[in-house]
Write a protein that binds this ligand. Structure first.
Ligand code: HEM
Ligand code: HEM
Length: 190
């Protein structure tokens, strides 16, 4: 038993061909939520103002936004606590580009969450998680300011979607053209 433990490689090196299960789950959960948040907003934007469907989609967006915030914080804590198993580093310019893209996405997603909260508080409208609990308001309602936050939140959403699409295409290009393991290490199997 003691011998087995002594011979076991450190966890970070145990299977460097793939990210750990929590990192993979959180990556795909956050990716799915970003697309759902964006899609919900553009469906309600096509509906007339004041319709129940529009209000429901906005409430769902805010609830999923809260879920996204929790998943994102867990992801950052897991990453910075050393829990994340490191995949083998790429070399050269592609490594710099991919790291730059990841940090840009992290930064924009953090800005987007902060703007989402500021926007809801400035609107002064209900801020609840699927009706289970309400988020306390930390700011006084301010309609003109809410318009500015809405504008910034919408622009940031478009930048995130365009960059995430570029990031996804790069991962697919690695898989189908460069035929390396970059995509596979973020997949649960294969
Ligand atoms: C990556 C994550 C997110 C994306 C892509 C996203 C995207 C969007 C988009 C495109 C809109 C429509 C803006 C417009 O019509 O001008 C919107 C509205 C909104 N978002 Fe987000 N959002 C995200 C996260 C969040 C979060 C975390 C919250 C807060 C918990 C939030 C709260 C809101 C609110 C309050 C509105 C306005 C709803 C209304 O008009 O009543 N969003 N979002
Ligand atoms: C809204 C969608 C997405 C967002 C916000 C996003 C964000 C990120 C971030 C921040 C990382 C860095 C992870 C870390 O170092 O902790 C990452 C890694 C990765 N993502 Fe995404 N992602 C999205 C969608 C996708 C899609 C659709 C694919 C595949 C088609 C994909 C494939 C990958 C791969 C393969 C890695 C690992 C890259 C490497 O090890 O160098 N992502 N993603």
């Amino acid at each position: 038993m003691a011998l087995d433990q002594a011979a076991a490689p450190p966890r970070a090196l145990a299977d460097a061909s793939r990210y750990d299960r929590l990192t993979i789950s959180l990556h795909w959960l956050t990716a799915l939520l970003v697309v759902a948040l964006f899609a919900a907003a553009y469906v309600w934007n096509a509906l007339p103002h004041g319709t129940p469907m529009r209000k429901s989609l906005q409430a769902i967006h805010i609830s999923l936004g809260l879920l996204f915030t929790v998943a994102f914080i867990v992801r950052l804590v897991w990453r910075s606590s050393g829990g994340r198993r490191l995949a083998p580093a790429e070399a050269g310019i592609t490594s710099v580009l991919s790291k730059g893209m990841h940090w840009l996405l992290y930064g924009l997603l953090i800005a987007q969450m902060v703007l989402g909260f500021l926007l809801r508080w400035a609107q002064g409208e209900p801020f609840s998680f699927f009706g289970l609990f309400s988020v306390p308001s930390l700011l006084a309602p301010d309609k003109p300011l809410s318009k500015t936050y809405e504008w910034l939140h919408n622009d940031a959403a478009w930048i995130i979607i365009v960059l995430a699409a570029g990031h996804a295409l790069a991962a697919l290009a690695h898989h189908y053209f460069l035929r390396d393991s970059v995509l596979k290490r973020m997949l649960p199997h294969g």
